[in-house]
Design a protein around this ligand. Structure first.
Ligand SMILES: [Zn+2]
Length: 116
């Protein structure tokens, strides 16, 4: 996609939607930034519990990356119970590993980790 196209889309979108929404983690109540994803035309679902559990009652629950790591690495059994879809479990695994790599690279470069 060329940059003109992107800025057109962005201009159209900015009239109705903010670039991100701020919400709170359902676990620790910490801040969660949910970014608007231009390519998919909606807010990111990477930190949305309902996206993974596919349950209506979880659709407004967001988790911060710190809690995602905590759950994923320390409470695998809980995660297994929460997420019944294999596909969604794989999505979460991919996301966690992407973040892990990102964080490790930051540590290697002496940069601070911003959890969200
Ligand atoms: Zn949290």
């Amino acid at each position: 996609m060329n940059s003109t196209k992107i800025s057109e889309i962005e201009a159209k979108r900015n009239k109705i939607l903010p670039n991100f929404i701020l919400t709170n983690c359902f676990q620790c109540k910490g801040k969660v930034v949910v970014k608007y994803r231009i390519p998919i035309g909606e807010y990111s679902k990477k930190n949305n519990l309902g996206y993974y559990t596919e349950k209506e009652e979880d659709k407004d629950k967001y988790f911060c990356n710190r809690c995602a790591f905590r759950l994923y690495f320390n409470e695998k059994e809980k995660i297994r119970k929460l997420i019944s879809s294999q596909k969604k479990a794989q999505h979460l695994r991919a996301y966690i590993h992407l973040k892990k790599t990102e964080f490790l690279n930051k540590l290697k470069n002496g940069e601070d980790i911003i959890w969200n």
